[in-house]
Structure formats: C-alpha cells, structure tokens
Design a protein around this ligand. Structure first.
Ligand SMILES: [Fe+2]
Ligand SMILES: [Fe+2]
Length: 260
C-alpha cells in the first residue's frame, strides 16, 4: 500500500533517530591525492545541500490548505532538516580535512536555485528530485573515489536518505498530477527530460575529476543517472500511483573504526 504523508513523517522521525552515526573519532583521514581529486566537487555538493527551503515550505503550506493534507508541511520540514544535516555533515568533514566551504554559487547550483525562481510546488519538487536522482549516483561515486573511512560512511548514509527522498517526492508529484489528462502527462515528462539531460551533462562534466577518481567516465556517470531517472520517471505520474516499494529500515550498523 502506498505510504501516506503521516507514514513519511514517521519514517523521517525514525530515520532521524538512527541516521548519521559518523565515525568522527577517526579524525582527518583524507589523503592529499584524494583531496586534490574531490575537494571542488564536495564543495559544490555541500553548498547545494544547504538550503533553508523557505519557498518549498510556503508551497507545502499552500498545498495543505488547498487539499487538506495537513501533515505535508511537517513532512517537508523534516525533509529540509535532512538536507541541512547532509550539508552540516559534509561541512564538518571538509573542515576536518582542510577543505574550505564555498560561499557563493556556481553553475552547479542551477538545481537548487532554479526551483526558487519558478514558483510552485510541482516545479520546486521536480527540480529538487532531479538533483536527488543525480545524488543517488553521485554519492556512491564519491565513496568509491576515496579511501577515507569517514567520507565513505557519510556517502553511504546520504545515499540511503536520498533514495528515500526520491520516493517521497515522486509520490507527491504523482498526487499533484493525479487528474492530469494523458497528453498533459506526456508534456510534463517531456519537460522533465528537457530539465534533466542538460543539467546532467553539466554535472557530469564539472565533477569529472571526482567521478574519474571513482573509475567512472563522465559518460558512464551520465548513463547511470539516466537509468535512475528513467526508472523513477513513471512513478512521478498518476499512471503508476501504486508505489513500487516501501522504504527499507536497515538495522543500525556498528561504527567502523580505523582498525576495521
Ligand atoms: Fe541531500
Ligand atoms: Fe534529498
């Protein structure tokens, strides 16, 4: 059965109680070679994760008032909280390993900025989920790009959360689009493709140094992201309101140590 908004709140609450058990006690464990390959990339993603989500919050409240889905703003608040936690954890790792935080945006911030200009819940979520689909591939690549135990753990945990975020967002998009006629659904999917592919090319090229460190070519990264996108796209529309799976709840694992 499809998770309700309240199910998602329960999920975020449970996840907040077990997530992000990072082995900080290991200390700075990033090699110079790894730092040279990934520093700029991680700076961009750390900046991107860091959003107050004010616009999204406003749209969520409007949705709740319009539809009676009064739990939705709380679910969005918790989602934004997880994103901020991603930013904080990445930021702490960067500080520990002498990587400066970026203050200003770059072309990569197109994900996070575009949704604020375009002004409604559907577009806002569509842009956000686009970034999250890429994140599902990026964080495993970043993990494979480094031997840092701390960073590898961070990447695995963020990836797990982004998988859940994509499910949450695609379900909401399907709700928003529920009564849309077939031709409009077709146009919606076309527009999303037009957003996704150029953005993906920019990301694959501008992060190629880190991606290559993970033994992936920008083209392979593109192919993996496209595969994720095409498997998530049907769930974003009313035709597939039955959701493919409920988010798994893995048991918390013991923290890794330097000795293994
Ligand atoms: Fe995130
Ligand atoms: Fe996310």
């Amino acid at each position: 059965m499809k998770p309700s908004t309240q199910d998602w709140i329960d999920h975020f609450r449970w996840n907040g109680s077990v997530a992000m058990r990072i082995p900080w006690h290991i200390g700075p464990d990033l090699t110079d070679a790894d730092r040279a390959a990934i520093a700029h990339s991680i700076q961009i993603f750390q900046l991107g994760e860091n959003s107050e989500g004010r616009h999204l919050m406003r749209y969520a409240k409007e949705w709740a008032a319009r539809t009676g889905d009064t739990a939705y703003p709380e679910a969005i608040r918790m989602l934004i909280g997880e994103e901020q936690r991603h930013a904080n954890v990445l930021g702490r790792f960067m500080e520990m390993n002498n990587i400066a935080r970026l203050k200003h945006g770059s072309s990569d911030r197109i994900f996070w900025q575009a949704r604020n200009f375009l002004g409604n819940l559907e577009i806002s979520i569509s842009v956000l989920v686009t970034a999250e689909i890429v994140a599902k591939v990026y964080y495993p690549a970043l993990r494979d790009a480094t031997a840092s135990i701390v960073l590898r753990e961070i990447c695995e945990q963020i990836q797990r959360e982004e998988i859940a975020h994509v499910e949450f967002q695609t379900q909401q998009l399907a709700r928003i689009r529920r009564d849309r006629p077939a031709y409009a659904i077709w146009a919606t999917r076309l527009l999303h493709r037009l957003l996704f592919y150029p953005t993906l090319i920019i990301v694959a090229m501008s992060h190629r140094k880190a991606i290559r460190r993970a033994s992936l070519s920008p083209h392979q990264f593109f192919i993996q992201c496209r595969r994720e996108f095409l498997s998530d796209l049907p769930a974003m529309t009313a035709a597939t309101l039955e959701i493919k799976r409920v988010v798994e709840r893995p048991n918390p694992q013991p923290l890794p140590s330097r000795e293994g």
